[in-house]
Design a protein around this ligand. Structure first.
Ligand code: GSH
Length: 218
């Protein structure tokens, strides 16, 4: 039985797994399906969050990083991990930076996007956290097309969707995206121009964001 990924095109966590599925050529092995109605979905995934992977083995697996690791173990080739112990560690490091630092800052800012009035202290806190994540990524980026090596890895799957939000969210707060982070900016702009899966992922996120904003304004 094929696996099934419960998806939402806007979610950076789900986009991370969509990127992995396509980069590994697994579209026939892992179907990408919309998340059902929330009450039904909570019976499938008690966290209520996307993504969740129906493994086809009677177990529904939540949490994007866990899903990515499971997919790598289930379909080892082509590997999106590093080749060496250090290469593998570097890939995981970027996933941690994306989840723990960047998403932490973005989470605070999400709460302020439509707040009326906004809380300036929370906005500052969000940008402080975001900038700390950016500083770390800037420090560790390879400077090549891909984050860690001369090929696409799970590090890129984690970074590109989070950086999408880092590019679209600051202008809404009167800030410049990627300010002072030239390497991160160059990485993001290059990879979404040169890598077809990343280009498609950010295009899908952009369309989903427009629809989300429109629904919110209605
Ligand atoms: N740590 C989780 C985070 C997943 C997550 O926060 N997903 C959001 C969408 S970006 C969600 O489903 N939120 C709905 C909710 O919180 O009710 C992962 O990596 O999968």
């Amino acid at each position: 039985m094929p696996m099934k990924l419960y998806n939402n095109d806007l979610s950076p966590f789900t986009t991370r797994v969509r990127l992995q599925i396509r980069a590994k050529g697994l579209e026939n092995d892992v179907q990408i399906v919309p998340r059902p109605d929330i009450d039904l979905y909570k019976a499938i995934n008690p966290t209520g969050k996307v993504p969740c992977l129906d493994t086809g083995a009677g177990f529904n697996l939540p949490e994007s990083e866990t899903i990515c690791e499971f997919i790598e173990d289930s379909f080892p080739e082509p590997s999106l991990r590093g080749h060496t112990a250090l290469g593998k560690a570097k890939v995981r490091l970027f996933s941690r930076f994306a989840d723990l630092y960047i998403m932490d800052g973005l989470g605070v800012l999400f709460g302020q996007v439509s707040a009326n009035p906004r809380d300036p202290a929370r906005v500052d806190e969000g940008f402080r956290k975001l900038d700390e994540g950016m500083r770390l990524i800037e420090t560790y980026l390879s400077g090549h097309l891909y984050a860690t090596e001369e090929r696409f890895t799970l590090a890129d799957c984690a970074l590109v969707p989070t950086l999408f939000f880092c590019s679209v969210m600051p202008p809404g707060f009167g800030r410049t995206p990627f300010e002072g982070r030239a390497k991160v900016k160059a990485y993001y702009e290059r990879i979404i121009a040169d890598d077809m899966h990343c280009a498609r992922a950010v295009q899908e996120m952009g369309v989903a964001l427009q629809a989300f904003m429109k629904a919110r304004a209605a």
